[in-house]
Design a protein around this ligand. Structure first.
Ligand SMILES: [Zn+2]
Length: 326
């Protein structure tokens, strides 16, 4: 803008100087021919400068538009999923396999709804089955079989320690989950509350380092083209202090930190049997069109495995779609 004003200011001076020069020459009684020559030269210079200035202003406007688009391209934009995939290349899997893309939704949108305690979904009932703390070589294998039998898909929030503990068998189950079309989320490497949240306050440096370590392990097993942008905090995002720093970090990095709004209670209070887990899941889902159901598939979760078929049947018979988070 200032450039344009400067260029027009220059043109004004040129016209002024040309006029002065013409008048001077008339006064000195120069020939008509030399007068025309001065006028034509001045006009040529003015036309050239005008073209350059218009071209400059036009290009400047284009650059301004580009900058504005980049600033607005934040994590609130629902197009960010495609944007991220384009950025990383079409061979990169963002949390799901090519098959899994058929069953998945934008985790950022779901996370925002959960954080706002918004369980409505425009009349469309949807349930996100989620399993934390795996992969285990016992529960996860059985959970995968049940999901396949019912032809429904889920999201697995995997820890690094579980993958290390389970060795090759756990790695092979993680690959099976991914290839079956389930979504894979990061649930930290260590799952260590004292390291991640000392004195119940988030330590962002420890948190980021721990999650990156788990990302590396997931890519090592699922291939270098695998990345996930979906995380879940051990104990849940809602449980800790100082979480604003995490919210800023996730927003800057297009990461969705997804909690839950229903649970089967397999990690809370007294040990429950399958019927009690089913009752808990149904009770905490009541009146919600959008349900993110927390369950666990680590070792010792046989009751969760036993309750799962009835839980799936409940949501099916109540008209819910089964979707995943990526
Ligand atoms: Zn956990």
């Amino acid at each position: 803008m200032y450039g344009c004003i400067f260029v027009f200011y220059l043109q004004y001076h040129l016209v002024y100087l040309s006029r002065r020069s013409i008048m001077k020459k008339i006064k000195t009684k120069l020939t008509k021919r030399s007068l025309y020559s001065v006028i034509i030269t001045s006009l040529a210079i003015i036309i050239s400068i005008t073209s350059i200035s218009i071209s400059y202003c036009y290009n400047r406007k284009d650059n301004d538009a580009l900058t504005t688009d980049s600033i607005n391209d934040n994590s609130d934009n629902p197009k960010v999923y495609n944007h991220l995939q384009n950025e990383l290349g079409k061979h990169v899997h963002v949390g799901v396999s090519a098959l899994g893309r058929n069953y998945t939704d934008d985790a950022l949108v779901v996370a925002q709804k959960l954080n706002a305690s918004d369980c409505a979904n425009n009349g469309h009932k949807v349930v996100y089955l989620t399993f934390d703390d795996g992969v285990s070589t016992t529960s996860t294998r059985k959970v995968l079989d049940i999901l396949r039998n019912y032809d429904v898909h889920a999201t697995f929030f995997v820890t690094g320690v579980s993958l290390i503990e389970g060795g090759d068998r756990a790695a092979s189950l993680l690959k099976q989950a991914f290839n079956d079309g389930h979504a894979i989320g990061n649930h930290s490497y260590s799952h260590n509350y004292k390291y991640l949240f000392p004195n119940r306050v988030l330590n962002l440096d420890n948190f980021v380092a721990d999650y990156k370590e788990n990302d590396k392990l997931l890519s090592k097993i699922l291939g270098p083209s695998f990345v996930t942008r979906v995380i879940r905090c051990p104990g849940g995002r809602m449980s800790w202090q100082g979480i604003e720093a995490l919210d800023n970090y996730t927003k800057e990095n297009h990461i969705a930190a997804v909690d839950w709004n229903a649970l089967n209670g397999d990690a809370e209070g007294n040990t429950k049997n399958a019927q009690e887990l089913y009752n808990f899941a149904v009770a905490t889902s009541q009146g919600k069109e959008l349900v993110v159901l927390l369950m666990h598939d680590d070792y010792g979760k046989q009751a969760t495995v036993d309750a799962l078929p009835k839980i799936i049947e409940y949501f099916k018979s109540n008209g819910y779609d089964f979707r995943t988070l990526s």
